[in-house]
Design a protein around this ligand. Structure first.
Ligand SMILES: C[S@@+](CC[C@H](N)C(=O)[O-])C[C@H]1O[C@@H](n2cnc3c(N)ncnc32)[C@H](O)[C@@H]1O
Length: 282
């Protein structure tokens, strides 16, 4: 078996060994691959994991219960994943708090007593549920903590992944099969109650090359007012050369628009009116 060479200790090693012998559909929602579980254990042990949380349950719950001091699992009791997990002898049940119910309902009102060292998002996969879970988790993850996002091949979850890949709050550590691992940086928490889209690196990267956004809405560049200051590199994190390029492109576009307007028939036809207007204003 092609497994990561890590050296998880004691009960974690036993749980991983047991997990490596389970079928891909050990429970009816589909479990994490052993290579991903190995990586979860490796990262968890690497950061001295104490406090973890996940959405959904399965083999990951068993493994995380052997590593974390406290593990909170937000899951529904439908299907067989929960009952199967609860019956596994390797589960360190006394360390796990199961919060039963749709995470869409349970997460928003959950009061995390301590910062989280590791979060695994692997519950409901429809849009916007992984995004929603991310929203309630991200302010809780401590600097140096690990965020694991499963199923990055699902297009909607890929969008979340793409945004995180650019985000200064996260350093992309690795992808294992279809699971992504990010490390929380020292960057300030993005205000969960504000807006600030123009300060987000994913948007800034796109605005640095505005023409790439034509695929989203052809013609948008002619309709918009100038981009907000942060997109132009003022008080922002955008790479200066990209910001300067964006600004130059914007200036060129406005000049071209201005020239086209001045050359237009209506501009020439209304010239006498503008002359009268400026005489009256004197
Ligand atoms: C892909 S499985 C998780 C696999 C698990 N990480 C493992 O290693 O075996 C998805 C899990 O999400 C749970 N789930 C589905 N919808 C949910 C919801 N709305 N809220 C919370 N959990 C949900 C399923 O019951 C299942 O346990």
């Amino acid at each position: 078996m092609d497994r990561e060479t890590s050296s998880p200790s004691g009960s974690a090693a036993e749980a991983l060994d047991w997990a490596s012998r389970q079928p891909a559909w050990w429970h009816d929602s589909g479990n994490l691959n052993i290579r991903v579980l190995d990586a979860v254990a490796r990262h968890g042990q690497g950061i001295g994991l104490r406090e973890s949380a996940e959405t959904g349950c399965g083999l990951s719950t068993v493994v995380l219960s052997t590593i974390a001091e406290r593990h909170t699992c937000f899951t529904i009791a439908e299907g067989d994943s929960l009952e199967k997990v609860r019956a596994v002898p390797h589960l360190q049940a006394e360390r796990v708090d199961f919060v039963i119910g749709p995470s869409q309902r349970t997460l928003p009102s959950f009061d995390f007593p301590r910062p989280l060292d590791l979060v695994l998002i692997d519950g409901p996969h429809g849009f916007p549920f992984a995004h929603l879970e991310y929203y309630f988790f991200y302010p809780r993850v401590r600097s140096g903590g690990i965020l694991v996002v499963d199923d990055i091949h699902i297009p909607t979850i890929r969008q979340l992944y793409d945004v995180l890949r650019d985000d200064r709050m996260w350093e992309h550590v690795e992808d294992v099969l279809t699971t992504a691992f990010f490390r929380r940086t020292e960057a300030p928490v993005f205000d969960p109650f504000g807006d600030g889209w123009e300060r987000q690196q994913f948007n800034q990267r796109h605005f640095a090359q505005p023409e790439v956004m034509d695929i989203y809405a052809p013609g948008w560049r002619a309709l918009m007012p100038p981009p907000p200051a942060p997109l132009l590199g003022q008080n922002s994190d955008v790479v200066p050369t990209q910001a300067a390029d964006a600004l130059r492109q914007e200036v060129a576009r406005l000049r071209a628009e201005n020239a086209a307007l001045r050359a237009s028939t209506s501009w020439r036809v209304t010239a006498p009116l503008r002359s009268i207007g400026s005489l009256l204003r004197r």
